[in-house]
Design a protein around this ligand. Structure first.
Ligand SMILES: [Fe+2]
Ligand SMILES: [Fe+2]
Length: 139
């Protein structure tokens, strides 16, 4: 997870830790009665797809298929419960049609969207600065 880039220049590991932290913060802020252990485990494993998206060696369109791939990988490497499975499988809702079943899954879905949006935005900003710096060097 530490070797694969997820959004912009953020690795899957960094992204997953951020999503777990944000999920925990959301649950605490709104004093939600959730299974904290499953919330964190599910958040840490939600993108456990373990391939480089740019390799194009995986089947299907990443956004629609990586939840299923991540669940299969998580089941191979860990014992996960129903909540954790649902968190991983449903985190791309509404891109994937079936909605999350548990509060924990909804929280991770929200935290993932917020984190991914921020990472994309920061990645884009860095690219723009890189382009500006290169233009300055050329001038
Ligand atoms: Fe994902
Ligand atoms: Fe994610």
């Amino acid at each position: 997870m530490d070797k694969v880039l997820q959004h912009g220049r953020t690795t899957v590991l960094e992204h997953s830790v951020k999503v777990a932290y944000l999920s925990l913060a959301i649950a605490r802020k709104y004093k939600l009665k959730v299974n904290y252990k499953s919330l964190i485990r599910g958040a840490l494993l939600h993108d456990y797809f373990l391939y480089n998206r740019k390799d194009n060696t995986h089947e299907g369109f990443h956004a629609f298929t990586h939840g299923k791939t991540a669940v299969n990988n998580a089941k191979k490497d860990y014992e996960i419960n129903k909540i954790e499975e649902d968190i991983i499988l449903r985190h791309m809702f509404p891109l994937t049609i079936t909605p999350p079943k548990y509060k924990e899954s909804w929280i991770v879905c929200l935290a993932d969207t917020l984190s991914a949006t921020k990472e994309f935005a920061l990645g884009g900003k860095e690219k723009i600065f890189t382009i500006f710096n290169r233009i300055k060097e050329v001038q």
